[in-house]
Design a protein around this ligand. Structure first.
Ligand SMILES: Cc1cc2nc3c(=O)[nH]c(=O)nc-3n(C[C@H](O)[C@H](O)[C@H](O)COP(=O)(O)OP(=O)(O)OC[C@H]3O[C@@H](n4cnc5c(N)ncnc54)[C@H](O)[C@@H]3O)c2cc1C
Length: 380
């Protein structure tokens, strides 16, 4: 079955597929060799118009809908997760939240720079004792004359070690917490009392780095508050529908590539005198992967269409995130199995995908949290 997408998106997919194969894939292999993203990668994406895609034109953005953005995420995910992180940094939570909730001064200061990738922002919500249950945070902001004094600690904040600005969520009214007691602050790099105290790497690719931030008597002016005092949790949750659909589409793209690679390998690898592709055990692994991918893709595309049409989608974004992230985990596992030892070797693309996709079941709300939200919607 061929999924119906608009002629424009179908044409864009062809353009993207060529761009990813010819331009991004060589960079992906270089990232694997060196552990670093070459400086020209961001410039290339900027020149091709892939940065700031979801932001309005007044900030130098492309003004694209979510379906278009997610198609780009899907196709880029066939190559290397780092490319999707660039898309997210320039069209994701931080630039969109500032464009939507920021004061005129904040918009002028940050949004165009974030959209073009010249400025980098991070999102500081998670703390050592507040992950899934983020509203149990301890980071505190106390009102002082002309501003706020912040104290606390954030950890596992993507890219915070190189961020020019971090959106830090802090308690301004501990009694209210998620119901109006959390405020978002934009804190610039180098602000006294605001330090990167550790950088962590994960099971995923080497350039993916998370940082710990220690905040000690850090004083910021009133103008550092994003939106209204007490609106922070809403700002954070607001972006979750598009964030979850973005993750879902990244999973679709990687699963598609893994199936393609597995089928190609199975056709050329001979064991006991025959290609692996002739064996029913291998065929069934491929068939299960294709079936799961196509089902997940159909529901995700339909959800994207509904979001772009302005419909309220309830827990559908959670269903997409849960289904796609669990699906790509199984597809990656089968891909490694089909490749045998070749799928386990450091430096092999399958091995790197296997590690990178493990993030998807934890970040942006784990599978358990998505199940909780889906059940809550059902039982409401
Ligand atoms: C690659 C990566 C990038 C990240 N980037 C950022 C970032 O930029 N900014 C940021 O603020 N955070 C970031 N995080 C943190 C991420 O948001 C948290 O890891 C996530 O919210 C889960 O929190 P936790 O790891 O503390 O797990 P916990 O909340 O301690 O949960 C542990 C396990 O228990 C499960 N669990 C928790 N509560 C329940 C429940 N009620 N019922 C059943 N099971 C439950 C969870 O699903 C999980 O499997 C990142 C994490 C990763 C891995």
């Amino acid at each position: 079955m061929k999924l119906e997408i608009s002629p424009e998106l179908a044409e864009l997919r062809g353009v993207l597929r060529r761009f990813v194969t010819e331009k991004l894939e060589p960079i992906a292999l270089e990232i694997d060799r060196t552990g670093e993203v070459p400086a020209g990668a961001l410039t290339l994406l900027r020149e091709q118009g892939y940065l700031g895609m979801r932001l309005p034109a007044e900030f130098g953005g492309g003004g694209h809908d979510l379906s278009t953005f997610c198609l780009v995420l899907e196709e880029f995910s066939r190559s290397h997760r780092m490319f999707t992180l660039f898309l997210d940094a320039t069209s994701g939570l931080n630039p969109i939240a500032i464009a939507r909730y920021g004061s005129a001064e904040q918009k002028a200061r940050y949004v165009s720079g974030l959209a073009s990738g010249h400025l980098r922002a991070s999102f500081g919500l998670t703390e050592p004792e507040a992950g899934s249950d983020s509203q149990s945070m301890k980071t505190r902001a106390e009102k002082i004359e002309g501003g706020w004094r912040l104290n606390g600690r954030k950890h596992w904040i993507s890219g915070a070690h190189v961020a020019d600005v971090v959106m830090v969520m802090a308690l301004t009214d501990p009694a209210k917490r998620a119901r109006g007691g959390i405020t978002a602050f934009l804190i610039d790099k180098g602000t006294p009392g605001f330090k990167v105290t550790r950088v962590d790497t994960t099971i995923g690719s080497d350039p993916i780095k998370l940082a710990e931030l220690t905040i000690e008597d850090c004083v910021v002016p009133d103008s550092a508050v994003l939106g209204e005092v007490g609106q922070g949790f809403r700002i954070a949750m607001d972006s979750l529908t598009s964030g979850r659909l973005g993750v879902a589409c990244s999973c679709l793209g990687t699963a598609d590539r893994l199936i393609e690679m597995s089928a190609a390998f199975a056709k050329q690898r001979i064991t006991f005198g025959q290609p692996l592709a002739e064996r029913q055990a291998i065929q069934w692994m491929l068939a299960d992967s294709v079936a799961e991918l196509e089902m997940a893709r159909a529901y995700t595309y339909e959800t994207l269409r509904r979001v772009d049409a302005g419909e309220e989608v309830g827990s559908a974004a959670s269903i997409c995130k849960l289904t796609c992230s669990e699906m790509v985990g199984r597809v990656a596992d089968r891909a490694v199995q089909i490749h045998g030892g070749a799928g386990l070797m450091r430096g092999s693309v399958v091995e790197r995908f296997y590690r990178d996709v493990r993030h998807y079941r934890v970040g942006e709300g784990s599978s358990e949290i998505q199940r909780m939200l889906i059940a809550r919607d059902l039982l409401r």
